[in-house]
Each structure stands twice: as C-alpha cells, then as structure tokens.
Design a protein around this ligand. Sequence first.
Ligand code: DUC
Ligand code: ZN
Ligand code: ZN
Ligand code: ZN
Length: 484
Amino acid sequence: MSTVIKGGTIVTADRTYKSDVLVDGGKIIEIGENLSGDETLDASGCYVMPGGIDPHVHLEMPFMGTHSADNFEIGTRAGLAGGTTMVVDFCLPAPGQSMMEALAIWQQKSGAACSDYSYHMAVTWWGEQVFNEMQEVVDRGINTFKHFMAYKGALMVDDDEMFASFQRCAALGAMPLVHAENGDVVATMQQKLLAEGNNGPEAHSYSRPPEVEGEAANRAIMIADMAGVPLYIVHTSCEQAHEAIRRARQKGMRVYGEPLIQHLTLDDSEYSNPSWDHAAQRVMSPPFRNKQHQDSLWAGLQSGSLQVVATDHCAFTMEQKRFGVGDFTKIPNGTGGLEDRMPMLWSTGVRTGRLTMNEFVAVTSTNIAKILNMYPKKGAILEGADADIVVWDPNRSKTITAANQQSCVEYNVFEGREVVGLPRFTLTRGKVAIEESTVKTEPGHGEFVGREPNAPVGAALSKWKEITAPRKVERRPELMPAGV
Ligand code: DUC
Ligand code: ZN
Ligand code: ZN
Ligand code: ZN
C-alpha cells in the first residue's frame, strides 16, 4: 500500500521546497507535484523533514548497580512521539566480557524496538581478544567504538588502551567515540567532596568541572591524531571541550562534537534547587553548565564546529536516583530527553532564530547519518531513501509534562516547558507511527541498521607517523662516550 504525503514543504539539510512525497515498501519512491497514493496524509502548513536520528541513547543499560529504566520499546516509542525515527544505542561489554557475547544480549533487548536502531560498541577493557573481536564487530555492521575516559574502576580505559584501540579503529576503517572526562581527577574530587561533607547532588557537578572535560577532550584528540583516525566526542558540554574541537578542525582533523539538548537548554542552577529529588533527577555526566558554556555550544552549532544534537537518553526512576541519598556518587547518572529533543530544539533554536530550519535538519538527522556512514538511507528526503519522515507542524504546541510522556520514569527534566513545533505524523519506514497525539507504534517493527566501515585512514589525517617514524641513527664510534 502506497502513501502520499501531500501539500507540505520539504525541508532538508540543504533545500526548502514545496512537493509531495510518495512512499511505498518502506522507501521514498517519488518526490514531485500532484502525486497520489492509496493513502493520503495531509501535510498542509507543515514541513516534511527526514526523521530525527538520536545517535546517543542508553536503553535498558546495566549501569551503576542498576539498569536504565526505559527499554528499547519504550525508548523508541518516545523517540517517534517526538519525531525521532532512529536511535543508536551503546553495546556495553562488562570488563572482561566478549564483545560478541554482549552484542547477542543487545540484539535480544532491541527485538521490541518500534523504530530502526543501530549500535556503537564500547571498548571497556583491552587485550588480544578485544583486538580480534573488533574485526568481527565491524563485519556485523558496527563501525564505531566508544571509549569511556571516566567511570574509574568500572568502564574507564587508560591512555595506553585508548591508543591501542584507536590504532585498531584506524586499521579497520572504524571511528572511535569518547566520553571525555578525566576519570582519575573526578574520582579524587569525589572523595575530597565527600570527606568535606559535601554529599548532595550539587557536589556531583563540583566533582566534574569543565576543565575535567576540556583536558580529556584535548587528550583524546591528540591520541586520535597520533593514531591517524577521526574522532567523535559525545556530549560536548563546555567551552573547553568545544575549543579543543574547533582547534583540531581548523588544523584539518576530522573531529566531531555532539552537544545534548539538555546542555543547550538547562543550566547548572538546577543543582541549587532546594529539592534533593529535583537536583538528583538532573545528575548526569557531564553535568549541566552555566550560560557562557551554553552560548558556546549554540555558537558551535551555528558555525558548524559542532555537528550533532543528541540526548544521551538514560532515564532512571526516583527509586533508582535515591540510591544516592547521603552519597552523590551513588546517584545513577543520566537524564531522559528522547521525546523532547526535536520539539525543544525547534522551540529554543529555530523559533529564536539561532538555527535555520535547514540547520535544524542537519544537526538532528543528516549530519549524523553522514558521520555514521548511513546516508542517504537515513537522514535524507530522496528517492530510494528509507521513508523515515516527520511531518512537522510548526504551530502545534504543548506543555511538556511527565504525566503525558512515553518514558516510564515519573519526572521530566523539561517539566513545564512550553514547546511550539511538534510532529503531525511520524513515519518509520513508511508506517505511520504517530498521528498527532495518537500513538500507533508497533513493537518489533524496528530493524537493525548495519553501517559499513570507511576506508582505513592510516596516517592520512596526520603527519605524525612520518615525522616520528623510528629511524636508527648510525653514530661515529669516535664520537661515542668513552667506555661504551
Ligand atoms: N552519562 C550519563 O549521564 N549517563 C550515562 C552514561 C554517561 O556517560
Ligand atoms: Zn544486568
Ligand atoms: Zn558518556
Ligand atoms: Zn552516554
């Protein structure tokens, strides 16, 4: 059965024009005037855009002694409700665990996904087994490897491990991702704060200042340069990390930065709220920053030095957050955002004039589709592309409230925010999943999206290997120190 999206204005990362879109068999089959199909969706007054792609979510993830609360079914439904038609989750082997074993667990968990999905693989430990399995992971369609520079004693990898893994990525045509925070410094600060009696959620943000992130971002960039590999820095939250990314890009390195909608719109005053619950709900890493950092992130999206807006969706219930009463280091780190990313970015970005509509599409969908090597299957309104489409009504509005959200947690960090701009329809591979506030999602409809590796880059990004390639220097015996 074919579907025609009629009377709307197509908005892509590079064009805005009026046209109908005909969809069949899960794909866009024609773009043109006066098209007809078996079913018609009225897009008058709306923008027809590539569905959003959230490249950073943690669904049902084992973490900090518990599991994030939203599973693949709930998380992908939340995404669709807000116009996001694809998520990329992190497959997280426990230290010592085989990547392939972890992947089998993730495949099981994602069976009920309502939208398409993909995975990044995390490198949580290092050894010959990991080195070998990385090839198999790439063969399974996963071309990105995540490295945690924080969470010491749990997920964190050291510099030698990171350097080895980055070189392996280069050889495989894969791209490393980093969570950039100096885990050693964080651990020291946490112990100091606790010893001084600072045990509330506000201390979480004191333990992870912007310097901790800026240092790690710089370090990861330098290591990536030495390995000759591009680098993607997740949840870029501060000027220090953004500055490192800008500088690297200016020098010709392929370094990408991903601000979160939370960091763009919520600031560190949230941690001064007199309610423990309110502050703990907003504990995530990196923590929220002040307005200067927010301005830096917006400027990065405008100028192109930052490319992607994600959520790091990692929702925990209040019962889970309260594990940390009396010790902020035990508050599970994470906030939700999947359902709210697109409406919040439209409201605070496009409606304020900070972003054009085309930039909105670029940072919510097209840029990441290209970076992750799945364009134009995803991230495009083009004939032959997957019919992952959001018909966006710029005049629909709502007040965000936990009472009406898809996520299963009982609060929302954007509670009370008025958003203008919401999906009229969200289509996942041609199927209408959302029609205004009616949810028609189908658990299990989602498919895994495999991503090809890039050509191995070797030293192409860096002159380092040529400059420092070991060359033994022959020295004249008469100029050797005596007695050698
Ligand atoms: N940060 C969070 O806040 N949650 C999940 C993992 C992370 O790095
Ligand atoms: Zn578990
Ligand atoms: Zn992270
Ligand atoms: Zn994350």
